[in-house]
Design a binder for this molecule. Structure first.
Ligand SMILES: [Zn+2]
Ligand SMILES: [Zn+2]
Length: 333
C-alpha cells in the first residue's frame, strides 16, 4: 500500500514537473544569468579553487564564455564539475592577456577549435595583430638586401598569436550582438601601463550588467564608458583589482560605486581582494551578492540577494524546480 501511494505520488509529481517545464518553455522564459567557473574562493567542494577568473553568461538564448582561468587542467575540471558544454558556445570573450585569464584557452580550443574569440587589440600582442607596413621608417638609400622585404613590404603586416588562432580583435567599444557590448579601455596604472582590457556590458530591462575580468583600467573608468550605453548599472560581477589597494581608497571606491554610479547590486570576485569584499559588503549591505566559485547569479533583481535571505541560496529556476521535486519525493517515500 505504502509502495503504491509512493508510486502514485511519483507519477503525479513527474506530470507536474513536465507541465511546469512546458510552461517555462512556452512562456519563453530564459534564465539570463552568470555562473562563476574559476576563482580562488567558494564553498562548492566539487569545484577546484585557483587564482584566476572564468564565467559562463547565458543571455537571451546565447551562451558566452568570459575568460578561461589560469590552468587548463583546473579549468577542464571545473567545466566538467559544473556540467558546462563548451561545444555549445556562441562566442568567447578574453578580457586581457594576463595568464590567470588565458590559461584555459588550449583546453577550450581542444574542445571547440572553431569557436569565435573576441580579444583586445594590442600591437604585437599575444592575440596577434595587423599593422600598416608604413609603421616603420624607410631608408631608400640602402641596398635592397639590407632593406626589409627587399624594399617592397606588403601594405598590411600580420603578426602571429600564441594559439595559431584568428581572434576577433576589438579596440573600441563595440556592440558584438544585440544587447551585448564590449568596452575596450587601456590601463594607465603603474604595473599594467598600456594593457588593453575588454569588459562585457549586457543590457537588461533592469539596467546594465557589467562583467569585469580584472578592471586594470579602473572600475570607475569602465563604468564611465558603460554609462554611455546605459547610465543605470544593475550589477557588477568579477574582478575589480583592489587586492593591494589601501583601505581609504577601497572605501572611496566602494562609496563611489554606491553613491556616484548608483550601482544596484555588486558581486565582487577574483582580484577584488579580501579587504574590498568586506568594505563592499558593508557599503552595499543586502545588495552585495556572493559570487564564489560555482555560484550562479541571475540578472533578475527579485532573485538577487533580498533582506534576510541567505545569499548562498541563489538557484537557477531549473535548479529550484529539481530541488522542489526531490524534496517532494522525499516526503512521499
Ligand atoms: Zn589581470
Ligand atoms: Zn586576473
Amino acid at each position: 500500500m505504502q509502495k503504491i501511494r509512493g508510486l502514485h505520488a511519483r507519477i503525479v509529481l513527474t506530470f507536474l514537473t513536465l507541465l511546469l517545464q512546458t510552461q517555462l518553455i512556452t512562456s519563453g522564459y530564459a534564465a539570463d544569468g552568470i555562473t562563476i567557473l574559476y576563482d580562488a574562493f567558494g564553498s562548492k567542494s566539487e569545484m577546484q579553487k585557483d587564482w584566476g577568473f572564468s564565467a559562463l553568461i547565458e543571455y537571451q538564448g546565447k551562451r558566452i564564455l568570459f575568460d578561461t582561468g589560469d590552468n587548463a587542467d583546473i579549468f577542464a575540471h571545473n567545466i566538467k564539475a559544473q556540467g558546462v558544454d563548451l561545444t555549445k558556445l556562441d562566442f568567447v570573450v578574453i578580457s586581457h592577456r594576463h595568464g590567470d585569464h588565458i590559461g584555459g584557452i588550449p583546453y577550450l580550443l581542444h574542445v571547440n577549435p572553431s569557436v569565435k574569440i573576441f580579444a583586445p587589440k594590442e600591437n604585437f600582442g599575444i592575440f596577434g595583430s595587423t599593422l600598416p607596413s608604413n609603421f616603420y621608417r624607410r631608408d631608400e638609400t640602402l641596398p635592397l638586401d639590407r632593406r626589409y622585404f627587399d624594399g617592397k613590404p606588403p601594405d598590411m603586416m600580420t603578426f602571429g598569436n600564441a594559439w595559431n588562432k584568428n581572434f576577433e580583435l576589438v579596440e573600441k567599444t563595440t556592440e558584438i550582438a544585440p544587447g551585448l557590448y564590449l568596452i575596450s579601455l587601456v590601463s594607465s596604472n603603474p604595473g599594467t601601463l598600456e594593457l588593453h582590457e575588454l569588459s562585457l556590458a549586457i543590457k537588461t530591462p533592469h539596467g546594465l550588467v557589467i562583467v569585469v575580468g580584472c578592471s586594470h583600467p579602473g572600475i570607475e573608468k569602465i563604468l564611465e564608458a558603460a554609462s554611455t550605453i546605459d547610465p543605470h548599472i544593475h550589477l557588477i560581477v568579477g574582478g575589480m583589482h583592489l587586492v593591494v589597494t589601501p583601505d581609504d581608497e577601497i572605501q572611496r571606491i566602494s562609496m563611489a560605486l554606491r553613491n556616484t554610479w548608483k550601482v544596484d547590486y555588486i558581486a565582487p570576485g577574483h582580484c577584488t581582494g579580501e579587504p574590498a569584499f568586506e568594505a563592499l559588503a558593508k557599503v552595499f549591505g543586502d545588495r552585495y551578492i556572493y559570487a564564489g566559485l560555482g555560484q550562479y547569479l541571475t540578472f533578475e533583481p527579485e532573485n538577487s540577494a533580498k533582506k534576510g535571505e541567505p545569499r548562498l541560496a541563489i538557484l537557477r529556476p531549473q535548479e529550484k524546480q529539481a530541488y522542489k521535486y526531490f524534496v517532494a519525493n522525499e516526503r512521499f517515500e
